[in-house]
Design a protein. Structure first.
Length: 336
């Protein structure tokens, strides 16, 4: 446990004990750390006698995550569809800024609803009104929660262990990223001991794809171009091509495609760009060397965020312009 977490833990616990009904959420296009952390916190809060509600946020929870313990109980609403008067505390997790709570409108949390932020994104400014834990030394929000639960003497049940494990597993790239330390493996081992069915947890998640996702991947991989002396590769697909192929933007696995591009020797930075709607482009970034190419720099410059090894941004411009801007930004930031 870091000093940051150690200092904030009792303050958060005090706020929880003083509350009755607590709101939790998943960020737009949720990943397993977002979903798993929300579900694990819900279980922990309920064990403390609190009413806890997890809302899905803007996006559908992927079917590949629906076997996570508690996932079927996620309320199918976004931030603007809930009555905030029903809650006396909002715990915002794995979310670097208020606009990552929802993109359906400007997020204004009433002063009467205190907020706590628990996050590991280095770009997080600490926007919680009550308590903030922003600690980028943790590779996953799930691992911050593990330390908090231990401090609060919350029993790590198999359900909590499963949700925390899958968050840690995915945000470390299956324990392959540079942010993996011996301590991370020890924590994962502790969770695996409590939830020994973790191989099935992973396998079910990784083998739940739809045919449309592979068709979208084929489109992306058929539109790859290398830039900046071959160090920077972009796979892209236009909204028109998706529509012509009877595919939706939800079928396009940007993270999956960007990860495949990263596997190519020489492509130090890989990007997957999907025009989710005319004039709106979702970009996912991956790198083979996160120490040399810190992706938070390019993502923040483009209005997004993320981690050194994996980041993303949404650009409101046509696909061709978005690609040009991404390349120009990379050239300037990384001197490629």
């Amino acid at each position: 446990m870091t000093e940051t977490v150690k200092k904030a833990a009792p303050k958060i616990f005090e706020a929880i004990i003083a509350s009755k009904s607590i709101l939790l959420h998943c960020h737009p296009s949720p990943d397993p750390d977002s979903v798993g952390s929300a579900l694990a916190m819900r279980f922990a809060l309920e064990s403390l006698g609190k009413k806890a509600t997890v809302i899905r946020g803007d996006s559908e929870i992927p079917e590949a995550f629906m076997h996570f313990p508690g996932a079927r109980d996620i309320v199918q609403k976004n931030f603007f569809e809930v009555d905030l008067k029903e809650f006396d505390l909002f715990i915002i997790q794995d979310t670097a800024s208020l606009d990552r709570v929802s993109r359906c409108g400007e997020v204004n949390v009433p002063a009467s609803l205190p907020t706590i932020v628990i996050d590991h994104h280095i770009s997080n400014s600490g926007f919680g009104t009550l308590v903030n834990i922003v600690d980028a030394t943790y590779p996953a929000t799930a691992l911050i929660l593990l330390d908090l639960f231990k401090d609060w003497h919350v029993e790590i049940t198999p359900d909590i262990a499963a949700d925390l494990f899958i968050g840690a597993f995915t945000d470390t790239g299956g324990f392959r990223y540079n942010n993996v330390t011996p301590g991370v493996l020890v924590a994962a081992s502790e969770l695996a001991a409590i939830y020994p069915a973790f191989p099935k947890l992973i396998a079910t998640m990784e083998n739940s794809r739809k045919p449309e996702e592979l068709l979208s991947l084929g489109l992306l991989l058929s539109h790859i171009k290398a830039y900046l002396n071959g160090h920077f590769a972009i796979a892209s697909v236009s909204n028109a091509d998706l529509v012509a192929s009877n595919l939706s933007s939800g079928d396009a696995g940007t993270s999956w495609a960007a990860g495949l591009l990263r596997s190519v020797v020489g492509w130090d930075i890989s990007v997957c760009c999907v025009e989710t709607a005319p004039g709106t482009v979702k970009a996912s970034f991956r790198t083979r060397d996160s120490e040399k190419y810190d992706l938070t720099k390019i993502a923040v410059a483009l209005g997004g965020g993320g981690h050194k090894a994996a980041a993303g941004a949404i650009l409101t411009m046509p696909l061709s312009q978005a690609v040009e801007k991404i390349v120009a930004t990379a050239k300037e930031i990384y001197n490629l």
